[in-house]
Design a protein around this ligand. Structure first.
Ligand code: MN
Ligand code: MN
Length: 417
């Protein structure tokens, strides 16, 4: 029996209905559904050749339909470009918790590492610094952040869900959860090898400096430091900070405030572009002067598509904030793989590898694209073809020139327009 080639949509629906049956405890081998589904009868998808009579992880399979049942356009060859934060070790402290996804966990993620952190109200991420720059977005609640730059200029700010910050490498800083319920946030570092558990901590440094040197450094008796902790604090609970204006007045004495705020109130920013399919906010050095890390905050409505594109200047690190979708990454040599993404997953696409992201759920899909470079850049397939002689393109793909001349001259970013 030969019918028209099944579309991905059909195979997807077939798989989803099967996995739902499996979850419900109903014995429904793939073959039974395959036989009932018209269009699922090409040579490579006979149903029988796709059953899995041996062991299976039904829970994981349900979340990964594009791995269990790849689109026929997939060819493999791409290393995994997804790592769920759910796999990471969670370090739990009295003031909150943290976990990280680095190149040590996720080998493709060479240039960027990510950290999730939760601080209870009053919970402090200890005063510290590190070599990498730290880009952050608040994913829940409210926090007080502080920093001091190389000229002693001070920064204290309160940030809410959806707001960002950027602390350049080597700049000391802190984060504290505010009431009523502290906060959760995502940190992104421009070094895949970053380690949140090995940063320069105030208490750790002082603990490893001779007392008499500390005393001489501050011209004070050694007893001043009698209560110095004997191990790092890292994340610890304390009283809430004083009112913002009061703390700000205190820290700017003589040296003033940093010239470019380390905070960016993305929660109040108008989208850079809105279409019928969703919206995008692009935050890079053009509108956030303190940053050396560019980002796009993308919302795809149900059915929305982040169009086929690539980034010529840097690797892309992704974080899925809400909803579910899938992404196919193609690379030279005919490699292609599709993976599914859910809340809390990290995605990684090496520089110039083309990809798209599709919302497969019935709620908004919200995700971040973060780049370890100050300037956001992309090239879309449509933009490329629209600005190449139509005869030349037609000679490649045979669509007819009428179709090619009708492609919008400016990239859509999010479809439908
Ligand atoms: Mn930090
Ligand atoms: Mn992208």
């Amino acid at each position: 029996m030969r019918e028209s080639k099944p579309t991905d949509e059909l195979t997807r629906r077939k798989f989803l209905s099967t996995s739902a049956a499996v979850t419900a405890g109903i014995a429904a081998p793939l073959i039974a559904v395959a036989q009932q589904t018209p269009g699922n009868s090409s040579d490579s998808h006979t149903g029988k050749n796709e059953t899995q009579p041996g062991p299976r992880n039904a829970t994981l399979d349900q979340a990964e339909p594009d791995s269990v049942y790849p689109p026929e356009t997939d060819a493999g060859g791409q290393p995994p470009f997804k790592y769920p934060f759910s796999f990471a070790h969670k370090r739990i402290e009295a003031g909150g918790w943290t976990r990280q996804v680095t190149v040590r966990d996720f080998p493709i993620s060479k240039k960027v590492a990510g950290v999730e952190m939760r601080l209870i109200a009053g919970g402090i991420r200890e005063l510290h610094w590190h070599l990498s720059a730290e880009w952050a977005v608040m994913t829940a609640g409210k926090a007080r952040i502080t920093a001091v730059d190389h000229k002693g200029r001070a920064f204290v700010e309160d940030v809410n869900e959806g707001d960002l910050w950027l602390f350049p490498g080597g700049i000391p800083h802190s984060i504290q959860g505010l009431s009523p319920d502290g906060c959760q946030f995502l940190l992104v570092f421009d070094d895949g090898n970053f380690n949140e558990f090995e940063t320069f901590l105030l208490t750790d440094w002082l603990h490893h400096t001779p007392r008499e040197v500390l005393a001489r450094n501050f011209n004070t008796p050694e007893s001043t430091f009698d209560r110095l902790p004997t191990r790092e604090l890292f994340i610890f609970p304390r009283d809430l900070p004083r009112p913002l204006e009061e703390e700000r007045r205190q820290v700017v004495a003589e040296t003033g405030a940093v010239p470019n705020s380390f905070a960016f109130f993305a929660s109040k920013m108008q989208p850079t572009k809105t279409t019928a399919g969703g919206s995008v906010k692009i935050v890079d050095r053009a509108n956030f002067p303190a940053t050396n890390i560019a980002a796009a905050i993308v919302t795809l409505k149900p059915g929305g598509l982040r169009e086929l594109h690539w980034h010529p200047n840097e690797d892309e690190w992704q974080y899925y904030v809400k909803g579910m979708g899938r992404m196919t990454v193609f690379s030279a040599g005919g490699h292609a793989r599709t993976m599914d993404f859910h809340e809390g997953d990290v995605g990684y696409i090496e520089r110039s590898m083309p990809h798209y992201i599709e919302n497969l759920g019935d709620t908004d899909l919200v995700f971040l694209e973060v780049f370890p470079t100050p300037e956001y850049q992309d090239i879309s397939l449509a933009e490329w073809l629209a600005h190449t002689p139509s005869r030349l393109v037609d000679q490649h793909i045979g669509t007819g020139e009428e179709f090619l001349r009708g492609i919008a001259k400016r990239e859509a970013v999010i479809l439908p327009e």
